[in-house]
Design a protein around this ligand. Structure first.
Ligand code: PEP
Ligand code: MG
Length: 333
C-alpha cells in the first residue's frame, strides 16, 4: 500500500492536516536536475557542486563553472516559467506559492571523503576534522569568490536566483562573512548545520543568513564522534540518536523564532518515518535523493502535525535509535 501511495504521489508536500512541508530533491549535476524537475519534487534542496569536479585536476574557470551550474538551474527555471512563477522565492516570506521554485546550491564541499585535487590539502591526519568545506578559503579565498561569481553568472543566464549555502560552517563569523559574499552577488545566503557548534548557535547564525539546512550525515558524525564511513560504528552513526534529534530540534526552534526556513538535506530526510519525526521537530523542508522523494511525500500526507510532534517527542525521549523508531511508529499509527 505504501508503494502504491508513493507511485501516485504528485506533490506538493503536505501533511494530512494541510500543513505545507516542501519536499525537495538532492542532485549532483544537470542530468539529475532534469530528472528531478520532471518528477514531483518542488525544487532542489541540495546541489552538491563538488561532485561535478571530483576528477578535475585544475580549477575550472568562472565561465566553465557557470556553464555547469546553469545546467542544474535551467530545468527548474523552465518549470517555474511554465507554471507562471518568477522562479525567485523569498525565503523570509516563507509562504507557499508553489509556482516559485527553490534551488539550493551548496558551495564546494571538498575534502574528507570527497578530496578535490585543486582544493584539498594532500596529507591530513584527520581529514574529516581538517580543511574541508568552507574551510578551503583559509588556503585560497579566491576559490569561493570565483565559485560565487560563477553562480551569479548562471543565475543571470537562467533567470533563477538560487539559494546558496556553505558546508562545514563552525562559527558565527564564518556564517557572517559567507552571507556578505553571497548577498553582494544578489543571491540568498544560508549555512549548513553539520557541526554541532552551529546548531548550538543557530539563533546567532540566523541573524546573518536567510535559511539553515541540516546535513544530518555530518551532524551525526560530529555529534557522536563516529566516522560516517566506519561500519563498526553504524549504531552510533545513526540520525535517530536522541542527541542528534535534540540538535535538530534546537536548530528548528531557532528557525521558527527567526521566521526563517530550516530544512534537512541529509540521508535522514529519505527515511519516511524519520521524515515525519523531523517535521515534528520543526523543520520546514526535506530534501532527499529524487528516487526517495515520492515515498517521503506519500508518508507525510498520511500524518498530522500533531502526530509528528508526538512522534518527535517520543523518539527524542527514547534511549537509543531502535527504541526511538518503535516509539515514533507507535505515535504515528
Ligand atoms: C550531510 O552531511 O548530511 C550532507 C547532506 O552533506 P554530504 O552528505 O554531502 O556530506
Ligand atoms: Mg555533509
Amino acid at each position: 500500500a505504501a508503494r502504491e501511495a508513493a507511485a501516485g504521489w504528485r506533490g506538493p508536500g503536505r501533511l494530512a492536516d494541510g500543513t505545507a512541508v516542501a519536499v525537495l530533491a538532492n542532485v549532483a549535476d544537470g542530468a539529475a536536475a532534469r530528472v528531478a524537475a520532471e518528477g514531483p519534487a518542488e525544487g532542489v534542496g541540495l546541489f552538491r557542486t563538488e561532485l561535478c569536479f571530483l576528477g578535475t585536476a585544475v580549477e575550472p574557470d568562472v565561465e566553465a563553472q557557470a556553464a555547469v551550474y546553469a545546467e542544474v538551474l535551467r530545468p527548474f527555471a523552465e518549470r517555474a516559467r511554465a507554471a507562471g512563477g518568477a522562479g525567485d522565492p523569498t525565503p523570509a516570506g516563507g509562504a507557499g506559492d508553489r509556482s516559485d521554485v527553490k534551488v539550493v546550491l551548496r558551495t564546494l564541499d571538498a575534502g574528507s571523503d570527497k578530496p578535490i585535487a585543486y582544493a584539498t590539502p594532500e596529507h591530513e591526519e584527520n581529514p574529516a576534522l581538517g580543511v574541508r568545506g568552507l574551510r578551503v578559503v583559509r588556503r585560497d579565498a579566491g576559490l569561493l569568490d570565483r565559485q560565487l561569481d560563477a553562480v551569479a553568472l548562471a543565475a543571470g543566464r537562467t533567470g533563477l536566483r538560487p539559494w546558496v549555502m556553505a558546508p562545514m560552517v563552525a562559527t558565527e563569523a564564518e556564517g557572517r562573512e559567507f552571507a556578505a559574499a553571497v548577498r553582494a552577488r544578489g543571491l540568498v545566503p544560508g549555512v549548513m548545520v553539520e557541526v554541532p557548534s552551529v546548531a548550538l548557535l543557530a539563533a546567532r547564525l540566523l541573524q546573518h543568513v536567510d535559511f539553515l539546512s541540516i546535513g544530518t550525515n555530518d551532524l551525526t558524525q560530529y555529534t557522536m564522534a563516529a566516522d560516517r564511513l566506519s561500519s563498526d560504528l553504524a549504531d552510533l552513526n545513526d540520525p535517530w540518536q536522541p542527541a542528534v534529534l535534540a540538535l535538530v530540534a534546537m536548530t528548528a526552534v531557532a528557525g521558527q523564532r527567526a521566521g526563517k526556513p530550516v530544512g534537512v538535506c541529509g540521508e535522514a530526510a529519505a527515511d519516511p518515518l524519520l521524515a515525519c519525526v523531523l517535521v515534528g521537530l520543526g523543520v520546514t523542508s526535506l530534501s532527499a535523493a529524487a528516487a526517495a522523494v515520492p515515498a517521503v511525500g506519500a508518508r507525510l500526507a498520511t500524518v498530522t502535525l500533531e502526530q509528528c510532534r508526538a512522534a518527535a517527542a517520543a523518539a527524542m525521549a527514547a534511549e537509543d535509535p531502535a527504541a526511538g523508531r518503535a516509539a515514533a511508529l507507535a505515535a504515528l499509527s
